[in-house]
Design a protein around this ligand. Sequence first.
Ligand code: AMP
Ligand code: MG
Length: 356
Amino acid sequence: MRKQYFIVLLLLLSLCSGCMDTNSTSEFTDSSTEERFADSENAVTKDVFAMDTYMSLTAFGEEAEYAVDSAISYIEEMDALLSTGLETSEVSQLNSTGAWTLSSDSAAIMKYAIEICNDTDGAFQPLLYPIMEAWGFPDKEYRVPETSELERLLTLTDLSKMHFDPSTGSVFFDLTGMKIDFGGIAKGYISSQIKEIFASCGVTSGMVNLGGNVQVIGTKTDGSPWRVGVQNPDSDGDYLGILDIQDKAIITSGGYERYFEQDGEVYHHIIDPATGYPAQSGLVSVTIVSEDGTLADGLSTALFVMGLEQASAYWEEHKDQFDAILLTDQGELYVTEGIQNVFSSSYEWEIIKEGN
Ligand code: AMP
Ligand code: MG
């Protein structure tokens, strides 16, 4: 999986002329952070491994280095708050004790997660962690749970049994064993916060790629849009298409990102909250394009669960908030009309329009 992310990263970087400078020097500061300083245009790119994935941050301008360093510190802080693998994280404390007062960032994510859950009729479900554990995704000790076990665990995903006060950040669970999982939304939130960090440093041009979740800031320094490749799940070195885009989050969910195989069956990490099983909606990849990175991340997961028809209907109702690129298991590619003029592809694709 790591290799796959790295390839996506390289592909994205190679698409951003101005991002990589052939004359740039390479300097390794430690095993997980690589620094590349482009001599021209005050560009700084740094890569970091955090939240179980490779991340790359690029900023242009005089304050680029300060902006990128601040963003990396922020990522590390958020990793420490949200990591389910770290006993001291807020998420782990909440999950093990059933009550916790969240800090402002975690509370902001919780607020979003609840809103998106309610808005998507539960297709996005932040209380799925007991089910993720049953499938062995967190510790990679994969197994196929019994249906009866999943049915029992699904009773712990009832949002009305979680009490959250957004003004104080306090959360408590009514049922023993309830656990939160921000894995479907956290990177989008972090990328949107990095946009703010860059802005506060005066950076008006940049790009962050958090394991395939991309946020572009402004345009390239020559004023042209960023070029972001949307990965083809069937091929490491190929794209479904290219987006010429500025000031947007571009976030993809796909079963191919994390899965295991048992007895010839593939079980991936995006769970249908109605059944507890990996979603089999007929979609293999969903990319959301939005000004709001948190929404984009939550919806990439939710629309994957919904499937083509429901996802298209959802887009129609919310088309002022996002656009989408959907790939079905039949190889059909669909693009919502709001991005038809900024998307190009060597594959055939259909436009999802209002009233279709
Ligand atoms: P993403 O790659 O953004 O689609 O997020 C997938 C991750 O979100 C999984 O690894 C789980 O941690 C979590 N997840 C899985 N299914 C759902 C769901 N239906 N709603 C919310 N989070 C989910
Ligand atoms: Mg997501």
